[in-house]
Design a protein around this ligand. Sequence first.
Ligand SMILES: [Zn+2]
Length: 455
Amino acid sequence: MEKLCNLNHLLLLFSLLVFPVLINSKTTPTQDEQQSEIITRFQEYLRINTAQPFPDYEKSTQFILTQANSLSLESQVIEFVKAKPLVILKWPGSDPSLPSILLNSHTDVVPSEHSKWVHPPLGAHIDEQGNIFARGSQDMKCVGMQYLEAIRKLKSSGFHPKRSLYLSFVPDEEIGGHDGVEKLAHSDVFKSMNVDIVVDEGLASPNENYRLFYAERTTWWLVIKSTGAPGHGAKLYDNSALENLFTSIEIIRRFRASQFDLVKAGLKGEGDVISVNMVSLKAGTPSPTGFVMNLQPSEAEAGFDIRVPPTANAESLEKRIAEEWAPASRNMSFEVEQFKEKGTNVDYLGRPLITATDSSNPWWTLLEEAIKKANGKVGKPEIFPASTDVYYFRQVGLPAIGFSPMANTPILLHDHNEFLNQAEYLKGIDVYMSIIKAYTSYIPPGRENLQRDEL
Ligand SMILES: [Zn+2]
């Protein structure tokens, strides 16, 4: 009996000591388990085919709503245009009178040439170095998921935001954002969100410094047309359409080289110069076998993709186009109306689309400090060389910063074999935790006094 009793005691002791450990080890995952869950969720998002021109927004919306549910975030799905859903999530702040923070990401990706990839673009395969291969791994499903993971970690650490934090997952950025952010930025929904600062995508950095973007170049798509007397293919004469066009192309190429030289010499960043690239050339008199070879045509045209930083003088560029690139004296036609696309470099009040990087903009300093706090390094502020959704937010007068936490990473957006290393991805989550903490806790100096008075 005595022995049995001892055995019972031992069993009881065993169950008291060991069972909670067993149960605990099941409910609280180890750090490794947590990280592998984080990576699995990222892979899941990457495997949803949201490639243009037929993105599966239904699936991506469902996925994001599931994530939001698991984090107890408020959510709404808005369709300004049918089948183009914007998913807006909210983590309400403790002081609703303070304006909110918006972290934006687009859900669509560009298409891929599957046969040119080492690992399938929808596979989210992880290689031996820990690189996750998928379309959208850099642009920008990584960022959207990092926002969510940062919230997950902050919530489990017991953090409560003062300002409300919004996440927006938007469609169609890769085709201009017209049915997504452009409509959102001008909507009543957006007004009611009372946003103070927007953070959106940036670019990977091949070195150890993260890249921060305070402005973007706008797009001018220009077509110039030349005319001239047609003539025999054997005749040398001036003012043929193609000779006129080539004179222009030579002048444009010299301008292109002058801009590119500044970048090559390290004097200017990629986004600081005006880039010009010829993207189309149309000429010739068609014949059943190709083109008539002994005839100089009377018309020719060339198309150019031009990117203009907000620091450039748009008027003088227009003058240059009219006087040097396509002058009437050379039988060239060019009119402003001929621009297939011509973005403006100013906001609705006529101010340049530039987000301040000095002390006049507390959000810039807060962001830099938050990144450094999370052991990240920051490079010189840059102008984004292409355009993104952030354009529409800056147009309605908001400060907006472009940032994707990818250091030591080759720039592979829109390229074959786009990948992001999982360690870099995990590090980015900690960076966003730091940013969210700093941003949602920020109270402007005047406001601080007010709050104390109120107390
Ligand atoms: Zn993007």
